[in-house]
Design a binder for this molecule. Structure first.
Ligand code: MN3
Length: 258
């Protein structure tokens, strides 16, 4: 048996040797392989557009790979180009030829019937992600300044104390949803979380107000990179908060009421 095995092995070796010396076969084998960077191509957020309707996608303002290592490129691309796009398209479809067609997204959210699950989920999904894209940034604006800094200190004791409380609320939230920093009717800053795609503008919100910071707690926001380690995602995303933008939204919120 061993002799037979060895003979088969030697014949195979000879065949391989012969094949390698055959020019034609060598040509077939030499198929140009894509370079590493071609295999890893990521898209351009500016190429993604909603189908015809009232709402276009909010511009991301940075590339998918710019938030790494806090948020990886593939997660960002899937999140913006698939999940967010789907909400925008479904919202446009849901309000087509209805009383909501000409309203702003904030007006839709405050006026909609929360029992209308399709409109609630898609209007919420569209608006919430818009807040999220603005809440994070590759530019490091690590600390709140001016009015927001003073108000965080007033309402939470300190910026560090706010962060601890915000992260605890986000970690504690069970299942899909959002963590928010909200300006309530009296101008006070409040931390809250909402289920699914609900938000603090909706009539069913326990804490009502204007969101100035929103963090996506759905698994699709972190699962590729962090798997079940939601706490690690929350810690990482807090390092990417665009406090300059949150500060601007705070000042705007003091001027307008939805
Ligand atoms: Mn999401």
């Amino acid at each position: 048996m061993n002799i037979l095995k060895n003979t088969v092995f030697i014949i195979l070796l000879l065949l391989v040797f012969a094949a390698c010396n055959n020019k034609k076969l060598t040509e077939v084998v030499e198929v140009p392989l894509p370079k590493a960077e071609e295999k890893m191509t990521i898209g351009d957020p500016d190429d993604i557009h909603a189908e015809e309707g009232s709402f276009e996608l909010q511009e991301l303002g940075y590339r998918y790979d710019e938030l790494a290592p806090n948020l990886d490129a593939m997660t960002m691309e899937l999140h913006y180009a698939k999940h967010y796009l789907a909400y925008a398209n479904a919202l446009n479809k849901a309000i087509d030829s209805t009383e909501f067609e000409k309203l702003s997204i904030e007006e839709i959210l405050t006026k909609l019937d929360v029992n209308d699950e399709n409109l609630k989920n898609n209007a919420g999904g569209y608006y919430n992600h818009g807040i999220y894209w603005e809440s994070i940034s590759p530019k490091l604006n690590l600390f709140p300044k001016d009015t927001l800094e003073a108000s965080l200190k007033k309402d939470f004791g300190s910026f560090e104390s706010f962060k601890t409380q915000f992260m605890a609320a986000a970690n504690k939230h069970f299942g899909s949803g959002w963590a928010w920093l909200v300006v309530d009717k009296s101008g006070k800053l409040v931390i809250t979380t909402t289920e699914n795609q609900d938000n603090p503008l909706m009539s069913n919100a326990i804490v009502k107000g204007t969101p100035i910071l929103g963090i996506d707690l759905w698994e699709h926001a972190y699962y590729l990179n962090y798997q079940q380690k939601k706490k690690n995602y929350i810690t990482a995303v807090m390092k990417a908060i665009n406090w300059k933008k949150v500060g601007e939204k705070y000042e705007e919120s003091l001027l307008k009421k939805y």
